[in-house]
Design a protein around this ligand. Structure first.
Ligand code: G6P
Length: 616
């Protein structure tokens, strides 16, 4: 789970690589490095730490020279500690070949043993260094070009990778390849760009070729891109896509952090998720991706939702929605558990992997397992063209736009939005919802972006609450029904960015354990919206109050009963219970954000976490 950038052309690779790496830091940030080359000089520069430190080193070492070609890497350690020698790029023993790699080589130990027997030495503990020496060995023994050596070598390798390789003997050429780790190639007027996604080269070109698994490309200055399948050794016609988002989408827009920007982007993001999917005249959901496979959705006997982290929480909301409206039994599974427990999958199962990045390794493996066993796969992803979205039979994009903050925010609310649309659509196909009920809900749904926008204008009380509780060591989040997954998500947000221990619980389960934790020191956050188990949650709040806990409640506007019992109260717009996760999540995201800021935490890059987990 690392970020890769490369450039070949006439511009200065150094600044393109450094700017690009900075934008890819969300993929990993424990060390960084670059290789740059011009006819007179080349250099490998690496640091333990972030891209800013690499920039300082480059300023010192390169003195405004022009380097028309180079590779860069920002790392999230998988093999070997985060340090300089394990940082990429890696150089082959003969010092001729240079490589950056994202992924894991599973059989690296066997390959390494063989190379050691042939006299190779290794400077790092990484699997990546094995790969570059394997290419050197093939080049040497078979007298072939780097391109051919990569093609032969990758057929000996087991694992996942996105790689860029450079051979000093061909100083105008880059070889790139992928299996399981994403790679995008930007096609400029007179140059080539490579990135783990397109963000590093957005301002340079809008034309992009996404490599598929088992594909490699030769990017040779002055020639067209050459794509081939390295497994079948066949040429492939490169498909050029046009990028539809701009650089400003991935900048902070005046916000202090990406996370805050992305929280505030939620009205727009939800609007984009709804766009074109509701027929306003007929007041019904229109989803070609479902309609095209009508019989599958009509006849399926079971739905299995797969996901990790926040996407798994959205899946829980999805379970409630799908069962309520479609009456199809629905299960939600952690992808990592599902893939290894020999699950029972029927041919008429509908499997829904949910993933913001579309690159999460466990979700990918779980969906492949379900696909191999004959289930129909309907994906919900944010990143267009991502690996998961390309493996599915059909699906919906959330259209939330790039999410850079490691803690997921707008991805969650847009995943829920898409799940609402999907549930209503399937229910309409199966006649399990009255048209009038569907219309009523859709009318309410299209108002939600505006209501969230208004809510976001009055958040000063959340900052005040953060001031009071930012030193807490534990927090408990309680919710029922549709708001139980919201409680889990609220607790996850707090853990991820403020490092405060937090637990999410179904409010009624509190009596079966967590109630023992409650004392005067413990802030308890209760999500208690008007519709949906309101009376029951009033009783739960009384139980907590009588044990002296500090109560922060999230209530529907105009609520009086719970307000009276709470120390602090945040009012959100009143809505049908199915929509309350879209509202209730937002104050919880903001509370975590402001608490993390007061604790001086790195909100956008929390320790030990990465945005997309492309290793299991
Ligand atoms: C990582 C991220 C989480 C995310 C999870 C699943 O753990 O830090 O924010 O929810 O991966 O990612 P996905 O891209 O599959 O939704």
């Amino acid at each position: 789970m690392c970020g890769i950038v490369a450039y070949a052309g006439t511009k200065n690779a150094l600044s393109i690589l450094l700017d690009g790496l900075q934008r890819l830091e969300y993929r990993g940030y424990d060390s960084a490095g670059i290789f740059i080359s011009n006819p007179k000089k080349d250099a490998v520069l690496k640091v333990k730490g972030k891209v800013n430190e690499l920039r300082l080193l480059c300023d010192k070492e390169t003195k405004e020279e022009l380097f028309p070609i180079g590779l860069g890497h920002t790392r999230w350690a998988t093999h070997g500690k985060p340090n300089e020698s394990n940082a990429h790029p890696h150089v082959s023993n003969n010092k001729e070949l240079i490589l950056v790699h994202n992924g894991i080589i599973e059989n690296y130990e066997t390959l390494k043993k063989d190379l050691i027997q042939r006299g190779y030495t290794f400077e790092s503990d990484t699997d990546s260094e094995v790969l570059i020496n394997l290419f050197e060995e093939i080049q040497k023994t078979q007298q072939v070009s780097l391109e051919a050596a990569v093609q032969i070598g990758l057929n000996k390798v087991i694992g996942a990778y996105g790689i860029v390789v450079f051979d000093k003997k061909k100083p105008h050429e880059l070889i790139v390849a992928r299996l399981g780790s994403p790679l995008a190639i930007g096609i400029g007027k007179n140059d080539f760009f490579v990135g783990s996604d397109a963000t590093p080269f957005l301002e340079h070109t809008k034309e992009v070729v996404y490599l598929n698994d088992f594909e490699m490309a030769r990017l040779s200055f002055g020639e067209d891109i050459q794509v081939s399948n390295f497994k079948e050794n066949t040429q492939i016609k490169a498909i050029i896509n046009q990028l539809t988002f701009d650089l400003e989408h991935i900048q902070k827009d005046g916000f202090d952090h990406f996370m805050l920007k992305e929280i505030f982007e939620q009205p727009k993001a939800i609007e984009n998720s709804l766009r074109g999917r509701i027929d306003l005249l007929k007041e019904e959901v229109q989803l070609d991706s479902v309609q095209k496979h009508e019989s599958i959705f009509k006849n399926t006997k079971r739905i299995i939702i797969l996901g990790c982290g926040t996407s798994w929480h959205a899946g829980l909301v999805g379970e409630y929605l799908l069962e309520k409206f479609t009456r199809i039994p629905t299960e939600v599974e952690y992808a990592s558990e599902f893939r290894y427990r020999d699950p029972i999958i029927h041919k008429d199962d509908l499997v829904i992997p949910i993933s913001q990045s579309g690159e999460t390794a466990d979700t990918m493996a779980a969906l492949k397992l379900a696909k191999d066993r004959g289930a129909f796969i309907f994906g919900i992803c944010n990143v267009v063209g991502s690996s998961i979205s390309r493996e599915t039979d059909s699906g919906m994009y959330t259209h939330a736009g790039p999410e850079i903050g490691v803690a997921s925010t707008k991805a969650f609310t847009t995943q829920i939005t898409v799940l609402i649309l999907l549930s209503l659509k399937i229910a309409a196909l199966r006649n399990t919802i009255q048209a009038s009920e569907s219309k009523r809900l859709l009318d309410e749904l299209i108002q939600i972006p505006d209501l969230i926008s208004s809510f976001l204008k009055q958040i000063s009380e959340i900052k005040e609450i953060a001031k009071i509780y930012h030193k807490a060591s534990n927090m408990l989040y309680l919710g029922r029904g549709f708001n139980f997954p919201v409680a889990l998500e609220g607790a996850l947000k707090l853990k991820e960015i403020s490092y405060i221990h937090a637990e999410g619980y179904p409010a009624a389960e509190m009596k079966h354990g967590p109630i023992a934790l409650i004392d005067k020191e413990m802030p308890v956050i209760v999500i208690a919206t008007k519709k949906g188990h309101y009376d029951k949650i009033v009783s739960n709040v009384q139980e907590i109050r009588s044990r002296g806990a500090k109560i922060i409640s999230i209530v529907s506007s105009g609520d009086e009963s719970i307000k009276k019992m709470s120390d602090h109260c945040i009012e959100i717009p009143e809505s049908d219970e199915i929509f309350s996760p879209l509202f209730a999540t937002i104050p919880l995201q903001l509370l975590s954000y402001y608490i993390a800021i007061l604790r001086n935490c790195n909100v956008d890059q929390p320790r030990n976490l990465a945005k997309s987990v492309t290793v299991e």
